[in-house]
Design a protein around this ligand. Sequence first.
Ligand SMILES: Nc1ncnc2c1ncn2[C@@H]1O[C@H](COP(=O)(O)OP(=O)(O)O)[C@@H](O)[C@H]1O
Ligand SMILES: [Mg+2]
Length: 266
Amino acid sequence: MHSLSAKNLTLGYGENIIIDDLDIKIPKGEITVFIGGNGCGKSTLLRSMARLLKPKNGSILLYGDEIAKMKTKEIAQKLAILPQSPVSPEGLTVYELVKQGRHPYRSLMKKWSKEDEEAVTRALQSTNMLHLKDRAVDSLSGGQRQRAWISLTLAQETDVILLDEPTTYLDMTHQIEILDLLFDLNEQKGHTIVMVLHDLNLASRYAHHIVAVKDKKVYAQGKPEDIITCQLVHDVFQMKCNISCDPIFGTPVCVPHGKGRSIASL
Ligand SMILES: Nc1ncnc2c1ncn2[C@@H]1O[C@H](COP(=O)(O)OP(=O)(O)O)[C@@H](O)[C@H]1O
Ligand SMILES: [Mg+2]
């Protein structure tokens, strides 16, 4: 069974259709990355999969159940989403932020429990944020802040984690730090991870499965080594490129053409 799938999915805002009659299957226990040009609908698609946006047509299934018919808490116990560029209230501490991840397990009758506290501590430990738990989120560096938000999604203890551009605005070291963290969560704990990334080379290196979105549809989906081609980059990003093989990982590496100070001819 797929952890998450969409059938005949049409999404849009008002009259504006963004995703049209799309079918998608997210493999369980794998890392899936959505790629595509700016404004092609990656965030729209991700948000709909967390039921933050109601489809105009079609359905989304989470472990075979239609999310449209599920209770919000039930979805939140199975799926967590980290939106693009999240903002926390001024002065909120890391601990207070991560505590919110336990919301799906709370009720009016149920007090903050030992399990809640342990889940928060585990989440902070796995992102190496425990020592920063009393710091205000808005006082942290970009990489630390992103780790705080990821801790929030981990405290939710869901199998499926959706992340919209978790590495944007981070320097190279911190991009790799976040992607390594997500890689370990997938390898060691079997989380199904779905994320939007802009860097095709990092997407090819970390993803088991890539979904390329173009013209309201899935242009291609599959293993990076099977689908990342010059033709795909040309059609999806309108860019000529060379594709070679990463000398360390063996995964596809895309070198875009365009201008530059060339000391070799293409
Ligand atoms: N809340 C909204 N209301 C109206 N239009 C939106 C809204 N959010 C996104 N859009 C539009 O939907 C299209 C897809 O946006 P988005 O899903 O954010 O693209 P991506 O994440 O691929 O860059 C864009 O044209 C954008 O302007
Ligand atoms: Mg987006």
